[in-house]
Design a protein around this ligand. Structure first.
Ligand code: TUI
Length: 314
């Protein structure tokens, strides 16, 4: 499956692995790139030296291109913005804000810049600013999300910009990839499905919760603070929902105190009581352990079969 995005990035398959904070490290990114997709290291809120180590791990494990994601709510974005230049990173994705301040120097360094967008207006802004492609992320996604579903957002973004659009949110198999291609996407970005990869080093509890999850297992919290986040229903998310319903009696600081560090508690400790287990709505489709090679190649093969056989649908 060759698309504008495989050509642009010199990758085999149009499948990105989403940059899940605390999760998407150099091992996972290299495994996805070796499988023919685009692995992406999550910069998250980690110090530049920590991210540099992950980049070095990825470089030692693959000769193929991989990306680094800069989460723009993070306090250390200036350092990470320079790090990706110093390390000769070929692809940078951004999330949770505007990369305007870094665009010029990244482009000058020859980096392909691919911002995540959650609206048409924002996609247009990114295209005008010189983005090489955009990732249109629907609210089915795990983590920090916008308001619009992938099904509605994707074709509207495709119509609004002249650069390649990658679909994200609710995609975990060949059907999702095929549907995204039909809606005009040049590729997909998946997060939740890669939690099932043996190369994805998270707590066993996190994996078990994802395998057990159904279509209605996630919930959105954090709307009150302006940063809505989708995660699995757990004791913590239930408590947060309750607090957010009575915001006048609870302060945002209390909520902040309960959520600070909660993703790390999920990823590293498998702490069910206090962790935030970010997940997309597609978790119900993720039922067993796998590996990056199998995930990427099965997804692409299945999509190719569906797309070449699509005439049978009419
Ligand atoms: O960034 C994500 N997903 C994330 S970031 C994250 S870490 C975090 N933890 C707690 C609270 C907040 C973040 C976990 N998951 N996805 C990409 C994404 N970007 N989704 C939505 C957006 C977005 C939102 C607003 C992009 C641009 C934007 O622009 C607003 C503006 O005008 O600056």
């Amino acid at each position: 499956m060759q698309t504008k995005i495989t050509e642009l990035l010199h990758i085999q398959y149009p499948v990105f692995q989403g940059a899940m904070a605390w999760i998407a490290d150099g091992y996972l990114a290299a495994a996805v790139s070796n499988a023919g997709g685009l692995g992406i290291i999550a910069g998250g809120a980690a110090p530049a030296e920590v991210v540099r180590k992950e980049i070095q791990i990825a470089k030692s494990r693959t000769d193929r291109p991989f990306g680094v994601n800069i989460m723009l709510l993070s306090p250390n974005t200036d350092d990470l913005a320079q790090l990706v230049i110093d390390e000769g990173i070929q692809v940078v994705t951004t999330g949770a804000g505007s990369p305007a301040k870094y665009m010029e120097k990244w482009k000058a360094a020859g980096i392909k810049v691919i911002p995540v967008v959650a609206s048409v207006a924002y996609a247009k802004r990114m295209a005008r600013m010189g983005a090489d492609a955009v990732i249109a992320e629907g609210m089915e996604s795990g983590g920090h999300i916008g308001d619009t579903t992938t099904m509605a957002l994707l074709p509207q973004v495709v119509d609004a910009v002249d650069i390649p659009v990658i679909a994200a949110g609710g995609i975990a198999d060949g059907r999702g990839l095929a549907a995204a291609r039909i809606l005009g996407a040049e590729g997909v970005q998946c997060g939740t499905i890669f939690l099932s990869a043996e190369e994805c080093h998270i707590s066993e509890k996190y994996k078990e919760l994802i395998y057990k999850a159904s279509d209605i297992s996630t919930v959105i919290t954090g709307k009150a603070s302006g940063h809505p986040v989708r995660s699995l229903k757990t004791p913590l998310s239930r408590k947060l929902m309750e607090m957010e319903g009575h915001i006048e009696t609870r302060t945002l600081e209390e909520i902040e105190a309960m959520t600070a560090g909660s993703l790390r508690k999920a990823v590293q400790d498998g702490n069910f009581a206090e962790g935030t287990f970010m997940s997309g709505q597609i978790a119900g489709l993720v039922n067993h352990a796998s590996n990056c090679q199998e995930i990427v190649s099965t997804m692409v093969q299945e999509a190719e079969g569906l797309l070449t056989g699509a005439a049978k649908l009419v």
